[in-house]
Each structure stands twice: as structure tokens, then as C-alpha cells.
Design a protein around this ligand. Structure first.
Ligand SMILES: C[S@@+](CC[C@H](N)C(=O)[O-])C[C@H]1O[C@@H](n2cnc3c(N)ncnc32)[C@H](O)[C@@H]1O
Length: 226
């Protein structure tokens, strides 16, 4: 479904109290959570390929030029990027970056990895032609700051490409997510009832394309820096 056809519940949802977002974990707590998860996420990569692979391929398959992958994790996006790109991957977790390095070694892709906070990117303005990020805004203590940073470092003629997940459009699934959201956040540092388009709107991103799929839980977003 295209964003123009999707009922706009952004205002209604962003106005609602969000217990998880209102008391975010710190960046250090998130880093610790992912230190424990890096090995398991890397080993169970096949599950991600099955569930999210097609969205990553569609969203990132035509990335161009200097590409920044923000919160690259174990490098799950890397196999979907064209071999021609010049890649920089950043993440706050050294354990996740170590796995990303292993993955990069097995690919015909030029890339460097740096430990960095997405909310405070250590790059000058307009440094990248394409800024990509997947399944990340749900974990940032301040996702609005991170999206603004992505926009800042993206060239004015470039693109910001996101694959995000959030609250389902299907009532029973959404209710299950709501029931488990606190426990899920405590164990995985992930706000799985977030509204990706509401976060993008709050960051002032100029969204050109957005599409939701997978029971409304996956949202792909293409934005252009203003
Ligand atoms: C759910 S994982 C997604 C990883 C990868 N993008 C993917 O699609 O598989 C979230 C990632 O965000 C990273 N992260 C969380 N907060 C961060 C921050 N403030 N700055 C940079 N990375 C962060 C975590 O370390 C973790 O690797």
C-alpha cells in the first residue's frame, strides 16, 4: 500500500502516551543489550533473510555512491547493496561491528566500519550520497535526533532509505505487541509498537515514498534532505 492510500493515523498515534518511549534506555544500556545479542543475531541471519530480505533488497538494491549504513548491526544490509558502492557502516556496539566485519570480509564490497552514536554522527554535513538504516529507530534513545543526523550528513541530492518496523495494522497482532512491549523493550531494547512514519514526521523528514507491508509491521521510507 502506498503512503497516499494509507489512512493517516500519525497524529492520533503520536499524541498517545508511549510508556516505552517516555522512559528510554540509555545508549550504554542499549550497547550492553546488543553485546549479548550479536552472536545469536548473526547465527540466525537466515530468519532475517526470510522475513525482511525482500524489503532490504527492494529498498537498498539501488543505493549509490558513498553509502552510510547507520546502526549497521551485524551488517545484515550489506549483501543487498550493489558492489559498486563505497560503504561506511556505523554502530554503537563493538560486538555487532565485529560480526559486521566478518560479513564484510566475505563480500565483494568496499567498506569501513566505525563505532559511533547515530544521534551524534562524526561526519561533516552532506558527506554521503545515500544514507540507509534498517530496524534501527526502534532502538535509538532519541530516534528523532538520529534521523536528523542522517539528514544532515546526506548530500542535498542524495537519498535516505529506511526499512523500519512498528505496530501492526492488524488488531490482534497490535494488541499482542502492546501486551509484550515493556518486556520486549527490557530484553531487546526495541520499541516494537513505535510508528515509523510518526517518528519521521517528528524529525521533519521529507518523505517521498512510504509503503507498509507484513501485517502493517514493516514500513519502508524514502526521504530526501531538505
Ligand atoms: C535491531 S538492530 C538492527 C541492526 C541492523 N541495522 C539490521 O537491520 O539488522 C539495532 C542496532 O542499532 C544499534 N544501535 C542502537 N542504538 C544506537 C546508537 N545510538 N547509535 C548507533 N547504533 C545504535 C544496535 O547496536 C544494533 O546493532
Amino acid at each position: 500500500m502506498n503512503s497516499t492510500e494509507r489512512p493517516d493515523r500519525t497524529a492520533e498515534r503520536s499524541a498517545a502516551a508511549d510508556p516505552v518511549r517516555d522512559r528510554p534506555m540509555t545508549t550504554d544500556e542499549i550497547r550492553a543489550a546488543y553485546a549479548d545479542q550479536a552472536d545469536r543475531l548473526y547465527r540466525f541471519d537466515f530468519a532475517d533473510r526470510l522475513l525482511a530480505g525482500r524489503y532490504r533488497r527492494r529498498q537498498f538494491g539501488d543505493a549509490e555512491g558513498r553509502v552510510l549504513d547507520v546502526a549497521c548491526g551485524t551488517g545484515t544490509n550489506f549483501p543487498y547493496l550493489p558492489a559498486s558502492v563505497d560503504l561506511v557502516g556505523v554502530d554503537v556496539s563493538p560486538e555487532m561491528l565485529a560480526k559486521a566485519g566478518d560479513r564484510l570480509d566475505g563480500l565483494a564490497l568496499d567498506g569501513t566500519l566505525r563505532r559511533m552514536d547515530a544521534q551524534d554522527l562524526e561526519f561533516p554535513d552532506d558527506s554521503f550520497d545515500t544514507v540507509i538504516s534498517a530496524l534501527s529507530t526502534c532502538t535509538f534513545p532519541d530516534p528523532v535526533a538520529a534521523l536528523r543526523e542522517m539528514e544532515r550528513v546526506c548530500d542535498p541530492d542524495g537519498r535516505i532509505l529506511l526499512v523500519e518496523h512498528g505496530r501492526s495494522d492488524v488488531g490482534p497482532v497490535a494488541r499482542f505487541q502492546e501486551w509484550r512491549e515493556d518486556a520486549h523493550y527490557a530484553s531487546a531494547g526495541c520499541r516494537w509498537t513505535q510508528e515509523p512514519l510518526a517518528v519521521a514526521a517528528e524529525a521533519g523528514l521529507s518523505v517521498r515514498e512510504a509503503e507498509t507491508s507484513f501485517l502493517g509491521m514493516i514500513t519502508t521510507i524514502e526521504a530526501r534532505p531538505e
